[in-house]
Write a protein that binds this ligand. Structure first.
Ligand code: CA
Ligand code: CA
Length: 145
């Protein structure tokens, strides 16, 4: 099994962290990225597990979103907290999924994640705009499993 570190260089990781910071200037929502090679669990279930492991339910408005990628499985899940699900339509993440899929299909791994992060921020803006007293409630660093 290859190491998750092999998927992105340190520079590429920093570009993603910057994208998260940029995306969070649009919204009070918190965006995190988790990368791992593979999982034995169904991907949606694993995304939920990671969400809990990272204590992502711990935001004031319950508006965190996890972009979970199992790189070798060629699978990703966008998992948003209850505060988001309560106010958005069911297909809310489709646009974000589509921009990611488009890049992944072309083999643009880093770009797919960056575009997904930025799109998620834009989408969240309508429901959870950035506010002057915004706190960075969750780390912007990439989490690796
Ligand atoms: Ca915030
Ligand atoms: Ca954050």
């Amino acid at each position: 099994m290859s190491k998750v570190e092999d998927f992105l260089s340190a520079e590429e990781e920093q570009e993603i962290v910057l994208a998260i910071r940029q995306a969070e200037l649009n919204t009070s929502g918190e965006i995190r990225v988790h990368l791992e090679a593979t999982t034995l669990l169904p991907h949606y279930q694993r995304a939920l597990e990671v969400f809990q492991m990272l204590k992502m339910f711990n935001t004031q408005q319950q508006n965190a979103v996890l972009i979970y990628v199992a790189v070798e499985d060629h699978k990703f899940v966008i998992y948003g907290d209850e505060g988001i699900n309560k106010v958005v339509p069911e297909n809310f993440w489709d646009a974000t999924k589509n921009v990611m899929q488009e890049q992944f299909k072309q083999g643009n791994f880093k770009q797919g994640i960056i575009k997904g992060v930025l799109k998620a921020g834009e989408e969240l803006k309508a429901h959870f705009p950035w506010q002057i007293n915004d706190e960075d409630e969750l780390s912007n660093e990439i989490s690796k499993g």
